[in-house]
Design a binder for this molecule. Structure first.
Ligand code: SAM
Length: 438
């Protein structure tokens, strides 16, 4: 066991008191090496608006609410653990949006924890507790959490089952774990890049390997198509480049079937991918071919979708304990008028070039990018208006009362009007344009 692991619980909480005194680095084991790596290259880079992979931080806790507890009114009593919190971007963002939520962060990297503490202070977030502690020992906190965030950690773990089991052991029975992990097929470029660095600078000091990796990144002449996708979109900052080129052993990617097996061994299962719709195989085939997917068992569908997509570089999903079935809300229940459809911030909305056939006027499109593939949904003018009305706190009955919407659909009688809006919102919920909460 590393020095870090043995002494971690004696480390002070960083926020609000004297400056933290995190532990010195241990060398010679996986956690010590990881800590040293992320001390050198904290992740995400500490900048107020650093780009972020996975779930945009501002939406994380809200997203957990939509997905896991759609009828939960209050989040103020929630407790959240960011396991492997890095420089605390998620913690600060959650704390700013939900100041009453109790936030905890653990990490092995002292420098990252320093940055996380500083970030929380600068963002005026007072409810963060930070500990230098391996995820595998979070049980020692003696706490249970509604949500555990495990972003970018599993891929670096030498014992992913132990890492997941530890996270699972501190989740409340009706809680969830948000996992974000590298996926194999879209990372072939990243692996090729790594291999290139290994071949050309194998055995050389990290600094030299990184210097070489920077040069490769900078010289556009040699970029192959395979590598470009990786280098252009995702590995721009130095911390990401270092993760890719010199983290040793390299990050490990997991396919959907591998994840399913790994989670089962920790008593967990995938509840919902984020985003969800790219994991539906029908999305990749024209409608006349959907029949050929009918024989695919439900449990294998996301794995089939992963192969049909063929370039996913990250999997992000909510995992729950076996036996926990989060509630679903839909517009077919008696309370449909009281539900709140909340627009999903992952979509971009723009006017489309031409009107959609069924209605004149300026039409719209909603687009969302996922691992290099763009999803595109055409919207009529009234549908755009309906989506604009889908803000937090607005119920379906408020949307139906909108004067703008009524004007757009003036030709419809009362019953048809309600049914048109209802069926559009039903489709919007299915396509993840909106989340439905009670
Ligand atoms: C890629 S960064 C991700 C940071 C943050 N979760 C995010 O998504 O922005 C991985 C972080 O997890 C930490 N880490 C990795 N394995 C860990 C472990 N087993 N225990 C504690 N921290 C770990 C690293 O020190 C690093 O700060």
């Amino acid at each position: 066991m590393s020095v870090i692991a043995e002494l971690a619980m004696d480390s002070p909480v960083a926020i609000g008191g004297s400056p933290p005194h995190w532990l010195p680095l241990a060398a010679g084991d996986r956690l010590g090496d990881l800590a040293r790596h992320y001390d050198e290259y904290p992740h995400p880079p500490y900048a107020d608006h650093a780009p972020h992979r996975g779930v945009p931080p501002r939406d994380l806790l809200d997203l957990a609410r939509y997905v896991l507890w759609p009828r939960r009114k209050v989040l103020a009593d929630a407790r959240v653990l960011d396991a492997g919190c890095g420089t605390g971007a998620q913690l600060a963002a959650m704390g700013m949006r939900h100041p009453d939520v109790e936030l905890w962060g653990v990490d092995v990297s002292a420098r990252s924890l320093d940055d996380a503490a500083d970030r929380a202070r600068r963002c005026n977030v007072g409810s963060v507790h930070l500990r230098q502690l391996p995820v595998e020992r979070v049980g020692e906190l003696g706490l249970e959490f509604d949500l555990v965030v495990l972003q970018g950690v599993l891929s670096a773990s030498s014992d992913p089952r132990a890492t997941l089991s530890a996270a699972a052991s501190v989740v409340r029975p009706e809680g969830g774990i948000l996992v974000s992990v590298a996926a194999p097929y879209g990372r072939l470029g990243a692996e090729g890049f790594r291999e290139l660095v290994d071949l050309a600078r194998g055995g050389q000091p990290r600094a030299e390997r990184l210097r070489f990796a920077r040069k490769l990144r900078a010289s556009r002449e040699w970029h192959s198509r395979l590598l470009e996708a990786v280098l252009d979109s995702r590995e721009e900052d130095d911390a990401s480049l270092a993760e890719l080129a010199v983290l040793d052993p390299p990050l490990r990617a997991y396919s959907v079937p591998e994840l399913t097996g790994l989670l089962a061994s920790a008593g967990l299962r995938i509840w919902r991918f984020h985003p969800r719709t790219p994991y539906e195989p029908e999305r990749y085939l024209p409608a006349p071919h959907h029949g050929c997917l009918r024989a695919v068992p439900e449990v294998l569908r996301p794995a089939v979708a992963e192969l049909l997509h063929s370039a996913m570089h990250t999997h992000c999903f909510f995992a729950v304990r076996e036996g926990f079935e989060p509630e679903r809300v839909d517009l077919d229940g008696e309370d449909w008028l009281d539900l709140q459809p909340i627009a999903n911030g992952l979509w971009d909305f723009a006017a489309s070039d031409g009107p959609v056939p069924e209605q004149a006027g300026r039409a719209g499109v909603a687009t969302r990018e996922f691992c290099g593939r763009c999803e595109c949904i055409a919207l009529t003018p009234w549908q755009r208006i309906a989506l604009e009305l889908c803000e937090s706190g607005t119920r379906v009955r408020d949307i139906l009362r909108s004067r703008r919407l009524r004007q757009e659909l003036a030709g419809l009688g009362r019953g048809d009007y309600c049914e048109a809006v209802r069926s559009f919102l039903r489709r919007a919920a299915h396509d993840e344009l909106v989340y439905l909460v009670g």
